[in-house]
Design a protein around this ligand. Structure first.
Ligand code: HAM
Length: 419
């Protein structure tokens, strides 16, 4: 039996980088006042169709959707923002606090063509802020990402930002874009010609080379912003510059989801082969209302956890396994019984103790202790049991002390906690 295409196991040998990233992210989220939220993996399909957009690639061709036994259409979440908005509205999370900041990590599902850094089950670290329309929140989120990547020692990442405007200025931009596209219709792919009527902004996102060539000189959203959106974008740019965040404005960055308004961004890398995004985010001031909640500005980002770890694998060695505090070498049946009870007691006391019940020789067990990187070894052979005292050996200094059986746990605790 094998995993299905695009799905994979993440083994204990690989997990320490994941833990390192997650611990640092959680530390930063806590410092910035974010609270953890956990959302279901399954939701009604309509939630994603309405928020991500009916004509996006995700909704049109990438969602894992099925009919439940009662006929409900359900979908494995392809992202977290829609679900977090649903939770925000369902539990009236706006009623208790005017500003809410959430984070979550977990698996997402998209039926894309698998390749390096692209999976059908992948993991995101997601952050969302509800209730503030200030451009400083946009900066805070981009800066937070910048800090996280910097503290993880990542280099060669570039931040690209754009402003997608608001319901006031977007229609004017769409008009200008359509006028431009109309003249080049014959050079666009079939999907893009369809997109022109259903979702013109998506044309800017087409990866097909002939379309990209036809789009040279296309109007830019930033040239059609209303004064409020323009002010907003200017604050974002000047603040990030002051903070030393390296970014560039990318006029063709429209993101693959329809809910965005104003600031949108991606953090790109070339270290996974073709250029790909390690994180993406943006403002979505209209989504909460659109899903039936109060008019609430909101903004967030998601990091591609798999991609981030893959970049780190190229740059940093896997953090070392901390190893066991103590390994009990138990020789013979009586010693094994003692070792069993002792290791339970020591584990309870928070001491990482390991032993081996396979009845191996002293030599084999000492080798195992070495392999497990144990700091101490406790030797329990027949002689030691007869003497009612076991030998504790410091594996580094090779020093040995004899400890009475009656005082084993407190004595070992004292030795280990002092070192
Ligand atoms: P997204 O750009 O669709 O945004 O995904 C965010 C990140 O998830 C991407 O930059 C990428 O690193 C990673 N990712 C996406 N698809 C895959 C895949 N198939 N395999 C591996 N990694 C992948 C969102 O999902 C939005 N919900 C972000 C957001 C939050 N916007 C506002 N709040």
């Amino acid at each position: 039996m094998q995993t299905i295409r695009g799905f994979r196991d993440i083994l204990p040998e690989q997990i320490r980088l994941w833990q390192k990233v997650e611990n640092l992210a959680v530390e930063l989220f806590n410092a910035y006042g974010y609270q953890e939220i956990r959302i279901p993996i399954l939701e009604k399909t309509g939630l994603f169709a309405r928020s991500i957009g009916e004509t996006t690639d995700i909704v049109e061709k990438e969602m894992y959707t099925f009919d439940d036994r009662n006929g409900d259409k359900l979908t494995l979440r392809p992202e977290a923002t829609a679900s977090i908005c649903r939770a925000y509205i369902q539990h009236k999370l706006y009623a208790t606090e005017p500003v809410r900041k959430f984070y979550m990590t977990g698996p997402m599902f998209r039926r894309e063509r698998p390749q390096k850094g692209r999976y059908r089950q992948f993991y995101q670290i997601d952050a969302e802020v509800f209730g503030v329309d200030s451009a400083y929140v946009d900066c805070e989120l981009i800066f937070l990402l910048h800090q996280l990547f910097k503290r993880l020692g990542l280099t060669g990442l570039t931040a690209q930002i754009n402003s997608l405007g608001c319901p006031e200025c977007r229609p004017k931009f769409t008009r200008a874009l359509l006028d431009f596209l109309e003249e080049r219709k014959q050079d666009l792919c079939e999907i893009c010609t369809r997109r022109m009527t259903r979702n013109p902004l998506r044309v800017l996102d087409c990866k097909i080379q002939t379309c990209q060539a036809a789009l040279i000189g296309a109007p830019a959203t930033v040239d059609h912003l209303c004064p409020a959106c323009e002010d907003h974008f200017n604050i974002v740019k000047t603040t990030l510059e002051k903070q030393g965040v390296d970014f560039s404005v990318n006029n063709s960055l429209v993101r693959g989801l329809d809910y965005y308004t104003r600031t949108a961004w991606e953090i790109q890398t070339t270290s996974l082969g073709a250029q790909s995004a390690v994180a993406g985010g943006g403002r979505y001031d209209g989504l909460v209302k659109q899903l039936g909640g109060p008019d609430t500005p909101a903004i967030g980002f998601a990091i591609g956890f798999d991609r981030l770890v893959e970049i780190m694998e190229q740059l940093t060695p896997m953090p070392a396994d901390p190893g066991a505090d103590l390994f009990i070498v138990a020789l013979g049946d009586a010693a094994m019984e003692t070792a069993y009870h002792l290791s339970c007691d020591l584990n309870q006391a928070g001491i990482k103790t390991d032993t081996d019940f396979r009845g191996k020789s002293l030599k084999a067990l000492m080798k195992r202790a070495d392999k497990l990187n144990a700091r101490y070894v406790l030797i329990a052979g027949q002689t030691e049991l007869n003497d009612n005292a076991l030998i504790l050996r410091n594996m580094k200094t090779k020093e040995q002390v004899s400890i009475s059986m009656d005082r084993l746990v407190p004595e070992i605790e004292a030795v280990l906690k002092h070192k």
